[in-house]
Design a protein around this ligand. Structure first.
Ligand SMILES: Nc1ncnc2c1ncn2[C@@H]1O[C@H](COP(=O)(O)OP(=O)(O)OP(=O)(O)O)[C@@H](O)[C@H]1O
Ligand SMILES: Cc1ncc(CO)c(N)n1
Length: 263
């Protein structure tokens, strides 16, 4: 079995963050481990408050995993500010895991800032250059690349720009655009399109976390990048289709739908 590590925030309501990542890692047959970067008091409707984890114990958690266990792939999710970004970037440079997938989480589905906007420069300078794959949504692309995104051509241009910043691969998620659920992968040479039907639901809490951790698990299992993304998207689409009407706001994705188990 391959071992996957998520470095991310805790969502006490279980739909996003490390909780979504660990459920996905398990559902896809990998062994999941987690380093907590922040504790977020949130639910399907709102973010109440956030406590950043002290940098020392953030670093110690990463050391605890890497000094003892072989890590096939790392997923990085919410990093709340400059200090946590610097610490994680330094540890990733030190331990050099074979795969690093980063979801540059900025805002929760139900609203609420999860990243200090002042950390944008650190994200660009220290983290983007070390990642195997960056998986921004449209608003995150607009902030990172500094351009408005309305069309698939805009997505292509922004993917090239983010690749230039140092990300080996870029997957721009089109969930925030209208029409089909269209995502675009760029590996520095080729573009790959991934389309799925848009499911009419408000239960989309944790979709981004689920997709990036599914890609991480698939890469850990040895798939190439386009296959890992295609399979993860298939998993996610079914997890949304069977999404759970839990809570009063955006319910979570469902990791135990029959479709995926049977396939
Ligand atoms: N209603 C939907 N039906 C099908 N696929 C969807 C739907 N909404 C989003 N997706 C897909 O879910 C993935 C996540 O996309 P999105 O752009 O919503 O990311 P995100 O904003 O980072 O997610 P999160 O809500 O977790 O923050 C993408 O593959 C996107 O195409
Ligand atoms: C902890 C955490 N990470 C990521 C997201 C993105 O939806 C969230 N809502 N909460």
């Amino acid at each position: 079995m391959k071992n996957c590590l998520t470095i991310a925030g805790s969502d006490c309501s279980g739909g996003a963050g490390i909780q979504a990542d660990l459920k996905t890692f398990s559902a896809l047959g990998t062994f999941g481990m987690s380093v907590v970067s922040a504790v977020v008091a949130e639910n399907t409707s709102r973010v109440i408050s956030i406590q950043d984890i002290d940098v020392k114990i953030l670093e110690d958690q990463i050391d605890a995993v890497f000094e003892d266990i072989e890590v096939a792939a790392v997923k990085v999710g919410m990093l709340p500010g400059i200090e946590s970004m610097r610490a994680v970037a330094a540890k990733l440079r030190e331990y050099r895991p074979p795969v690093i997938v980063m979801d540059p989480v900025m805002v929760a589905t139900g609203g609420g800032n999860l990243m200090n906007p002042e950390a944008l420069g650190t994200l660009k300078k220290e983290l983007i250059p070390v990642v195997t794959l960056l998986t921004p949504n449209i608003p995150e692309v607009e902030i990172i690349a500094g351009t408005g995104i309305r069309t698939q051509e805009d997505m292509k241009a922004a993917a090239v720009e983010i690749h230039r910043m140092g990300a080996q691969n870029v997957l721009i998620k089109g969930g925030h655009l209208e029409g089909e659920a269209y995502d675009l992968l760029y590996d520095g040479v080729n573009f790959y399109s991934f389309s799925a039907e848009r499911i009419d639901t408000k239960n989309t809490h944790g979709t981004g976390c689920t997709l990036s951790s599914a890609i991480t698990a698939n890469l850990a299992k040895g798939m190439d990048m386009p296959s890992a993304v295609a399979e993860a998207k298939r998993y996610l689409t079914e997890a949304i289709r069977h999404g759970l009407a839990i809570g009063k706001g955006h319910g979570p994705t469902n990791h135990f739908h029959e479709f995926y188990r049977m396939n």
